[in-house]
Design a binder for this molecule. Sequence first.
Ligand code: HEC
Length: 213
Amino acid sequence: MTPRAVVRIGLLCCLFVLLSLQHAKKASAQANETASTGQTPTYTSDGKLIFPAQYREWIYLTSGVDMSYSPNAMKMDHSMFDNVFVNPAAYKAFLQTGTWPDKTMLVLEVRVAGSNASINKSGHFQTPELMGREVHVKDEARFPGKWAFFGFDDADTAKQVPKEAACYSCHEQHAAVDTTFVQFYPTLLDIAKRKGTLSAGYLKDEAASSTKK
Ligand code: HEC
């Protein structure tokens, strides 16, 4: 081999090593990103859900204002917003199938509404003051009913809300798709209609309210 050929082979080897190092670095950065944005449910050893702290980087589904589920609800002295977010992978799957894949996480955060501040004269805006954060998780291998609720106060971890709680029955009986309230998520309802994934409970509620009109 000529010295030139040796140099050439040497250079090629270097290039190859560099390229594979770069590739490995990229793959591990991607893995870290998924882990740090907490896009799949993670639990403590005693079965508490770890709050997905990066949920504000997820897909935004809706904001409800002063929603109430009973006809004679108490009038509150202040208004509230609730905002719903879902992990991006589950959102993408929903666009394809009209329903949620395993490992879906939906976060509902409740915020105090403000009205008199800065230049605002009427209407409401959202304030930094959080009143609660709740997570709805689909984890088929873990929960017998596939889904579970978790309510977080200020802590980063929470125990599962017991199965007897009203959360489960209301969501099971009235939510439009797979125990989630897609009837209030404007970008998703049409997809569920087209894919035929609306729940029997929701269709029954709709039929009952249309005969009342
Ligand atoms: C009487 C019915 C009812 C009960 C009881 C109820 N919810 Fe909901 N929930 C709703 C409605 C309606 C929405 C949609 C909110 C919106 O559109 O902003 C919702 C949305 C949610 C969401 C957003 C994801 C999804 O599943 O659509 C979470 C998380 C949630 N509720 C948690 C809870 C928890 C935890 C409890 C019990 C402590 C609970 N809910 C009890 C009616 C109910």
